[in-house]
Design a protein around this ligand. Structure first.
Ligand code: NBY
Length: 827
């Protein structure tokens, strides 16, 4: 039944919703009203958390009228929108971002000051929602920011994890994980709608039935959970647009519990409730290595089914002709995590809406597109068919039929090339469902996330599919939002840029090019260098307050922040630090000859990834020794602040001089940290990998420190046989650094502590760190040489900024729109 609509008569009730007055007085009034009426406290009795909530509510109030208007517009417009399906959104703090979007930053600061409050103290209380692991989740957050800023209708769909990525602490240098209870004080940014919950089913069996002479299949599920939507505002920058991020939270269904309760087993009823609510309890902290656990498949289906139902049954008009679904939506699959949406849409169209299979398949193939974010074979998700069949029996049936029909087409094209058919089957020989293959068969387009990645995806990961589906594969190089990662993170640089070329660059980042001539302007260089110096002091202050670290003023800041993974090669950097230390303490060089550097690491290891955790331990151990050895004379320092997250990134990135992007060529799909650093005027030392390739092409060889093997060289070395020991023998510095670790120099004389790390490198070295060491060390000497020439360094840094406008996520969104989505902006 249609819910009754109110029939208002009062003029205020029929007028459009309005925002409070955008003045200091208006802000103060609204803030106090929110404090009094929303929190139920007087200013004099308020806690810091009350003030944070009231401030957030006030910012929300300014966005509300626009949001309501955009929600209405998106429902009534006949145009096509993007439904971005992502298991992760690594949002970062919301308050500053939303203040920036509304243009209220200064007014808010003055308003709070007029209430006797310091906005910086209030701001510091926000706990960032860490609903993602790393690059993939942060990319989703950048994309929804850009879509809102470009006025493209978009809903982001995902999971409202009660616990996000774990909080990392170090105990004796070793990682210890703590639960991230980011919701313990509530979140002022979300709008829960329990009354609009969707029922999501699991388990049971399928049966066939006769539908007027047609045999159809239907699903008789065994249990349900409720998916409760929580809406978040996604404001565009200074454009009056507000899109929606809709995250689903799992709740037990009442009927389900009641049945058990009526049978007298109260304990069992509560257990069932807990079981249901576990689905959105915690983010899986594995990055690039899927766990294959049942709960994870439950999470995936839970949010995808809720999202598809939301779009098809609630957002579209009731009588919508579903054969026209592709005119209204594209479901963008952020890696394979939401790929179960493919058979789900088929089930909805065929079983629930009564469409014929072929018609439903034609619609489905147009409605999905798939982005792959990896090249590591172990990172491609597969689901054992018994698990899938137990949890989603109807979906497994649908997948089998999709596969049968697909393999028929393959046979038609190639005859009985059984080898090819085995290679291309969505069902692996062991029965597992290959989700990347399913996404590729179903997707209208498949894209990689940087030129090199897309090329390797076509040539090495999915070559049969590239041949079979000409035109399906494309590239969209990643990008980052300049609002958060330049304007908010680096206000000093933003001011300098705006003073120099005007304010248009923030929504048209190519305009940074206009800075190029200023690289040769001594007074601009001076201003640029003093911004960098101020950012370094600000970081020093943050690290001192946060972790008790001291950062030496004159040091080069050499930064490697990203997830801890062997392919990213934190050990390569660490070996170089150890070799520099070794050179000093063994007297081969005097401290005065060493460029003073502070090395900053930030990295979380997946809790079950033992080698990654050992490497974290080793970094901390090296830091402990190097930082306190008087022979170093303070020329080298290793800092590893725990719990690297978006908030810390916003401090570290603007302060960095040198950006370390040193993955083994062919392993890092793109990287996005690399882009953030270049945009903030750090120079990159990096391999020919991921988006580094494009960064180097754009900023110029002379403004980028390239080292290491290329991807084809890596492939050749792997083929001919890689023996890391050969590279150790060929480089005395490397040999000596490894020996120093083995001697127990960083483990109180006990060489066994880090023996697993050393022996893994010397005997296996799966990511060829040792093969690239000599080349890396040589590139680091070039870094030192350029850094000694302050003017030349600054010039290069300016050119990095001026030539990195391509890496705006606005540009990525334009590419998605042109190559994949074909969604017009709505004015
Ligand atoms: O996606 C990253 C890539 O490593 C990076 O090169 C790229 O820039 C970025 C954005 O395109 N991939 C990534 O972050 N992958 C994951 O986060 C991830 C997380 C969880 C799982 C798999 C991959 N999982 O299955 O649990």
């Amino acid at each position: 039944s249609t819910p009754s609509r109110p029939q208002p008569t009062h003029p205020l009730a029929v007028a459009p919703v309005t925002a409070p007055e955008a003045t200091v007085d208006g802000f103060v009034e609204q803030f106090l009203r929110n404090l009094n009426n929303g929190r139920g406290v007087a200013l004099s009795a308020s806690t810091p958390n009350d003030r944070y909530f009231a401030l957030a509510a006030t910012v929300r109030d300014y966005l509300m009228a626009r949001w309501l208007e955009d929600v209405r517009r998106q429902r009534t417009a006949q145009s096509k929108g993007v439904a971005y399906l992502s298991a992760e959104y690594l949002l970062g703090r919301q308050l500053d971002n939303n203040l920036l979007a509304t243009g209220l930053t200064e007014i808010a600061g003055e308003a709070l000051a007029a209430c006797g409050l310091d906005i910086d103290e209030v701001r510091a209380l926000e706990i960032e929602p860490g609903l993602g692991n790393g690059g993939l989740g942060r990319l989703a957050a950048c994309f929804i920011d850009s879509l809102a800023t470009m006025g493209v209708p978009n809903i982001g769909y995902g999971i409202r994890y009660e616990y996000g990525i774990f909080r990392q602490t170090f105990v004796d240098g070793q990682q210890v994980e703590q639960a991230d209870s980011w919701l313990s004080l509530g979140s002022p940014w979300e709008f829960p709608h329990p009354e609009a919950a969707q029922t999501i089913s699991f388990g049971g069996h399928t049966e066939t039935y006769d539908d007027d002479g047609v045999v159809r299949s239907r699903w008789i599920p065994a249990w349900n959970v409720q998916a409760v939507p929580h809406n978040y505002m996604v404001p565009g920058y200074h454009n009056g647009r507000v899109n929606t991020l809709r995250l689903w939270s799992a709740q037990a269904t009442q009927g389900f519990d009641l049945r058990t309760f009526n049978s007298g087993d109260y304990q069992e009823a509560v257990r069932a409730q807990t079981y249901a609510e576990n689905i959105s309890k915690v983010l899986y902290p594995e990055d690039s290595t899927p766990q294959g656990k049942e709960l994870r498949l439950q999470q995936q289906y839970f949010f995808v089914a809720a999202s598809i139902s939301d779009f098809v049954n609630l957002i579209l008009p009731r009588d919508f002709d579903l054969t026209r679904l592709p005119e209204r939506v594209i479901f963008q699959l952020n890696d394979t995590h939401p790929v179960i949406g493919v058979p789900e849409l088929m089930r909805v169209l065929v079983d629930e809406k009564g469409l014929e299979w072929d018609a439903a398949w034609a619609i489905t193939r147009e409605c999905f597109a798939y982005t792959c974010h990896t090249l590591l074979p172990e990172a491609l998700e597969v689901w054992p068919s018994d698990l899938l069949g137990r949890l989603l029996p109807r979906h497994l049936e649908i997948i089998y039929r999709i596969n049968d029909e697909f393999l028929d087409e393959v046979r038609e094209r190639y005859g009985d090339d059984e080898d090819r058919i085995r290679r291309m089957s969505i069902i692996a020989p062991d029965g597992a469902v290959r989700m990347a293959f399913l996404a590729t068969v179903a997707g209208s387009k498949v894209n990689g996330v940087a030129e090199l990645h897309s090329q390797l995806l076509r040539e090495k990961v999915l070559p049969d599919f590239d041949e079979f589906f000409p035109g399906k594969f494309t590239n969209v190089t990643n990008g980052v939002t300049p609002r958060r990662f330049v304007k908010l993170a680096n206000p000093g640089l933003s001011r300098l840029i705006t003073d120099t070329i005007g304010p248009g660059w923030l929504t048209d980042l190519d305009r940074l090019r206009e800075l190029e001539p200023f690289a040769d302007d001594a007074s601009f260089r001076q201003a640029f260098a003093s911004v960098k110096a101020a950012n370094k002091r600000a970081l020093a202050k943050t690290l001192h307050a946060r972790d008790g670290f001291t950062v030496d003023d004159g040091h080069m800041l050499d930064v490697m922040v990203k997830r801890l993974h062997e392919y990213k090669r934190q050990t390569l950097k660490l070996l170089h630090i150890v070799s520099q230390y070794d050179a000093i303490v063994s007297g081969r060089v005097s401290p005065a000859e060493v460029t003073p550097r502070t090395f900053v690491f930030g990295a979380k290891a997946a809790p079950g990834y033992a080698m990654a955790k050992r490497i974290i331990h080793l970094i901390n151990a090296v830091g402990e020794v190097v930082n306190s050895d008087p022979r170093v004379e303070g020329r080298l320092a290793v800092l590893f602040p725990p719990n690297y997250n978006v908030t810390l990134a916003e401090r570290v990135v603007p302060a960095a001089d040198l950006s370390e992007q040193i993955s083994l060529a062919g392993k890092e799909a793109s990287g996005t940290g690399n882009m953030k650093f270049a945009l903030n005027g750090a120079l990159t030392i990096g391999t020919d990998d991921g988006a580094n390739v494009e960064i180097r092409q754009l900023v110029g060889d002379e403004n980028f420190f390239l080292f290491g093997m290329t991807e084809p060289e890596v492939a050749t070395l792997a083929e001919t046989g890689y023996h890391p020991i050969d590279f150790v023998r060929a480089d005395e510095n490397l040999q000596s650094a490894l020996d120093l670790i083995s001697s127990g120099a960083f483990s109180c004389g006990d060489g066994s502590v880090f023996e697993p790390v050393v022996s893994n490198l010397v005997h296996h070295d799966p990511f060829m760190a040792l093969a690239d060491f000599t080349s890396y060390a040589a590139a680091q000497q070039k870094v030192d040489a350029l850094y000694a020439d302050t003017e030349a360094w600054t010039r290069s840094a300016i050119l990095n900024v001026a030539r990195s406008g391509f890496f705006s996520s606005d540009r990525s969104m334009r590419d998605y729109i042109d190559r994949i989505w074909h969604t017009p902006p709505v004015r």
